[in-house]
Design a binder for this molecule. Structure first.
Ligand code: UGA
Length: 431
């Protein structure tokens, strides 16, 4: 099939490349001409395992191309995926001006039947507005459909998630649109949930909000574990083995970040309010997440007594492993708070340091590896559970540090082992 992907951010670039790999002809479009220039010369703007190779392969096969011309891409395609950003406005609601803008380009250039698919995460009822906007701006009297096909890719495993999805959600209003999308996804052999557009839009917000709720729930329980001196990891295991609950997204820690959960929670809260429902449960989920970050700062200052001039090593900056994404990353926020308290920070992250520099500037020290980061440190805080932080030479770490104090923000270490080696250990919801 012939596809246009409007918006070459994370979702657009991965989706477009993976659809090309399934044998479709894909044009990925972005209004950022510099980005398109880079993509056309093989430079990939994000770190995602396997993506670079897949882009190269599909460009060579001439199934994947990059352009900055929305209108031409629309004319050449049968299915148009809208993947532009929907960033939060000041009040947390989703800013849909990007969607409106591309809808105009689509409307003005449609010269035959087009299926216009919302892929960006949008609040419920955006599909209706999109349809109206296209109708209003159409130049040619051609048939079109709008559909919603939310994305469930996780950064760091996005290609695998695309190729083996748990489910594909399709929100449609016509049999024709349903048939086209089912055919497009047929090679993946996945369970397809067909619903109407509003249902699909809510599925996306509800799924991310539920996952965030699981994380905040276990983090709330971790606070109770800490108060009575038991281990949240064992509690989470005991709870999660019930298949109705399951253990995924039940890892306590410094809280969730990223470009999706914090933003989607806010947007879901706001759209619910607009529809006349106060989603207090989700407000509490946000509050608990915020408290986890404050808890890290409190724990560090409890351990070190006074923060001014203390040297704090930080392992990990990305909001989770296998990505260079630092958007809403707990580590960045926590570092800013520690710096504001007068602490001196030394950091290492395998891939997110360049991005972090734009946020944190030269107020902290960037190191070459985990060991350099702990040189002379009064304590080390593990923020992101990269594999390379799991197997370390602990004797070496201890020898390099000024004092062997560790705050395990993701509960990945064995407390007994570290205490046995002479470390003062504390985790989140465990001692
Ligand atoms: C999330 C969803 O998992 C995807 O299904 C969805 O498609 C995506 O948002 C999106 O809307 O685009 P992502 O933001 O890439 O994916 O990251 P996750 O793997 O979900 O992790 C989110 C945050 O939760 C991370 O900061 C992670 O450290 C934290 N987390 C996750 C925990 O603190 N505990 C857990 O048990 C799991």
């Amino acid at each position: 099939m012939k596809l246009a992907i409007l918006g070459t951010g994370y979702v657009g670039i991965v989706t477009g490349t993976c659809f090309a790999d399934l044998g479709n002809d894909v044009i990925c479009v972005d209004n950022n001409e510099e980005k398109i220039k880079q993509l056309n010369s093989g430079i990939i703007p994000i770190y995602e395992p396997g993506l670079e190779e897949l882009i190269k392969k599909n460009r060579q096969n001439e199934r994947l191309s990059f352009s900055s011309d929305n209108k031409e891409a629309v004319r050449k395609s049968d299915i148009i995926f809208i993947c532009v950003g929907t960033p939060p406005r000041n009040d947390g609601s989703a800013d849909l001006t990007g969607i409106e803008k591309v809808s105009r380009d689509i409307a003005e250039s449609m010269d035959s039947y087009k299926l216009v698919v919302e892929k960006s995460t949008v609040p419920v009822e955006t599909g209706e507005r999109l349809k109206d906007a296209i109708k209003r701006n159409m130049k040619n009297d051609v048939e079109f459909d709008v559909a919603s096909n939310p994305e469930f890719l996780r950064e760091g495993s996005a290609i695998e998630d695309f190729n083996s999805p748990d489910r594909i959600v399709i929100g449609v209003e016509s049999k024709k649109a349903e048939k086209i999308l089912c055919e497009l996804y047929e090679p993946l052999n996945a369970k397809i949930v067909v619903t109407n557009i509003k249902g699909a839009e809510i599925i996306k917000h509800a799924a991310n909000s539920f996952l965030a709720t699981k994380i905040s729930f276990i983090n709330a329980v971790s606070n109770i574990c800490e108060k009575v001196g038991t281990d949240i990891n064992a509690v989470a295991e005991g709870v999660g083995l019930d298949p109705r609950i399951n253990s995924r997204f039940l890892k306590a820690g410094i809280g969730f970040g990223g470009s999706c959960f914090p933003k989607d929670l806010q947007a879901f809260i706001r759209i619910s309010e607009r529809l006349g429902y106060s989603f207090d449960l989700l407000k509490e989920v946000e509050k608990i997440n915020e408290m986890q970050r404050a808890l890290v700062v409190k724990k560090v200052s409890d351990m070190l007594w006074n923060l001014p001039d203390k040297i704090i090593a930080v392992w990990g900056l990305a909001f989770k492993p296998n990505t260079d994404d630092i958007r809403s990353a707990p580590a960045i926020d926590i570092i800013k708070r520690l710096v504001a308290e007068g602490a001196k920070i030394r950091v290492f992250d395998p891939v997110a340091m360049e991005n972090a520099k734009s946020e944190l500037g030269d107020q902290i020290i960037y190191c070459q590896d985990a060991y350099e980061a702990v040189e002379g440190a009064d304590c080390v805080v593990l923020m992101t559970e990269w594999n390379e932080f799991k197997e370390l030479d602990w004797q070496k770490v201890k020898d390099i540090m000024k004092q062997p104090i560790i705050l395990d923000g993701r509960n990945i270490y064995d407390p007994d082992k570290l205490k046995g080696l002479g470390f003062k250990y504390t985790g989140i919801g465990r001692q």
